[in-house]
Ligand binder design. Structure first.
Ligand code: NAG
Length: 498
């Protein structure tokens, strides 16, 4: 199998079918549940135990394995390995999956089959990482969903109550991992709980709760402000006590720690819509840096430049653009960024370019957000409070609406991605206030967009070099006006700075 890392000694998960004898498979454990006990109906007074896990042997193939038996069999079996380790399974039973019913409680798997371990026939051996192919080990960093199939925290907060009770995928960075708390319920069952705080570019804090030992164990391995997670199938709820949206890890959830953005786009197809054998629907790698890398860059950068600085600069962004005279091309800006790598000082420049991406008529992109009047930071939309100023949420500070756009700028030498266009600069550029914009129909917004797309503009930029930001640069637009054609061509014909 071209798509599998299993050697000839092992059957690839893609080749599974029932009634296979002497089956031997290898895979990396990507998800695992806690052991649970149930009263045994056939044997009144005793209990049966179960746990399950999910193994993967190639980007597109993973399967759910479950095991039932006595406590003496199940507990040691479960304690033997954890998420991230590779196991060899011999002689499991192959059963057809009852998709709908089972996927309510277990990870959705592309395979039509599930595996059952039996105490008398099956064997599970844990492999040392030195014994297995690194390709197999690297699958742990490959999310189980398509690279664009997720919500950012901002999307979740923006959707508010609409997402209450929904099961979705989330990409976010880890802000902190709480201490696990152990308790006993009123019916004397043991329980545990661990709160993880997540964040991303616009949401400074978002709670995700783990209720099982396996996910708590995984969470304990995460590093605050270092780790990015892709959590597939977490449940979103509105938390009435804290008046905000929150996520819960459930038995379906599979969490990928530090998703490998370089390989992520290699997931060959979206099996949630159709099932087919490779290479159908195979996607060519998309050379753009996927979102996980941008997020990773963002958190790493913010370890150095702290949030307070960002807020200060937001409020004090009062540079007189007339003092900026240096004209660059996109390519020259990128070169300059490389050369000034490591220097924290911003530099300024003029670019004659087209706005090549302007998402103002796309309903899935949020264009206008609430900012806190006292610090300028984007406020949490569900609670409408600023997490920076309002430690005490009873003292509501006022908020104001502000454009918050990321645009791409293109000239004949290349494209600067994700340049921020916010606040009054965005109002001036678009020629309307946020309220006027919100009152527009989608058609009007599309019309507005086309006034800018592919029209050459004279754009004043503030650039902060950072080898970790996308393309090495963090770019803010200070002014953007349609360019005078003669002035633009005079500048394009000549000079430029390097
Ligand atoms: C979870 O871990 C705690 C502490 O190690 C233990 O007391 C408890 O029984 C575990 N629960 C499950 C379901 O394994």
């Amino acid at each position: 199998m071209a798509n599998s890392f299993a050697s000839k000694n092992f059957t690839a998960l893609s080749d599974l079918h029932p009634n296979m004898a002497n089956l031997k498979i290898i895979g990396i454990v990507i998800g695992k549940t806690d052991v649970k006990g149930f009263p045994d109906r056939k044997n009144i007074g005793s209990e049966r135990y179960t746990f399950s896990f999910t193994i993967r042997d190639s980007p597109a193939h993973f399967v759910n394995v479950s095991s039932w038996g006595s406590e003496d069999y199940i507990r040691p079996l479960s304690e033997n390995f954890k998420v991230g380790e590779c196991v060899i399974i011999e002689n499991p039973l192959i059963q057809r999956k009852e998709t709908e019913r089972e996927e309510k409680f277990s990870p959705a798997t592309p395979s039509n089959w599930k595996l059952l371990l039996s105490e008398s026939h099956s064997m599970v051996k844990v492999c040392s990482p030195y014994e297995v192919d690194t390709k197999l080990l690297s699958l742990i960093h490959l999310p189980v969903k398509e690279s664009r199939d997720y919500y950012s925290l901002t999307d979740i907060v923006a959707n508010g109550h609409n997402l209450d009770g929904r099961i979705i995928n989330v990409l976010a960075a880890v802000r902190s991992v709480g201490e696990p708390k152990y308790f006993t319920t009123s019916d004397r069952r043991k329980g545990q709980r661990c709160e993880v705080k997540l964040f991303d570019e616009t949401e400074p804090s978002f709670t995700m709760t783990c209720w099982d030992n396996e996910s708590i164990l995984l969470a304990q391995s995460w590093m605050a402000r270092e780790t990015v997670i892709f959590a597939s199938d977490v449940r979103i709820n509105f938390n009435k006590f804290q008046n905000c949206m929150a996520a819960t890890v459930i038995s379906k959830t599979i969490i990928t720690t530090n998703p490998d953005a370089r390989r992520w786009h290699w997931i060959p197809w979206d099996w949630s819509y159709s099932w087919c054998e490779p290479p159908c629907g195979f996607q060519e790698p998309n050379l753009d840096t996927p979102e996980a890398n941008i997020l990773l860059n963002y958190i790493r950068e913010n370890k150095e430049t702290n949030v307070a600085d960002e807020i200060d600069s937001y409020l004090k962004e009062s540079i007189n653009v007339n003092t900026i005279v240096d004209v660059y091309t996109v390519e020259q800006l990128k070169v300059k960024a490389l050369r000034s790598e490591g220097k924290a000082d911003p530099f300024y420049g003029i670019l004659y370019a087209y706005i090549s991406t302007l998402n103002i008529d796309d309903e899935t992109t949020k264009v206008v957000r609430n900012r806190c009047s006292s610090c300028g930071y984007i406020v949490n939309e569900a609670s409408n409070t600023c997490t920076i100023c309002n430690k005490d949420s009873s003292r509501l500070k006022s908020v104001f609406l502000s454009f918050d756009l990321l645009v791409d700028l293109t000239d004949h030498t290349g494209t600067l991605h994700s340049c921020s266009l916010t606040g009054s600069i965005a109002e001036e550029t678009l020629g309307c206030t946020t309220n006027e914009f919100l009152a527009m129909t989608n058609e009007q917004r599309t019309k507005l967009k086309w006034q800018f797309l592919l029209e050459r503009s004279k754009i004043y930029l503030k650039l902060i070099s950072s080898h970790r930001a996308r393309a090495g640069l963090k770019v803010s637009i200070l002014s953007c006006k349609l360019a005078d054609p003669t002035e633009a061509s005079r500048n394009l014909a000549g000079q430029g700075h390097t």
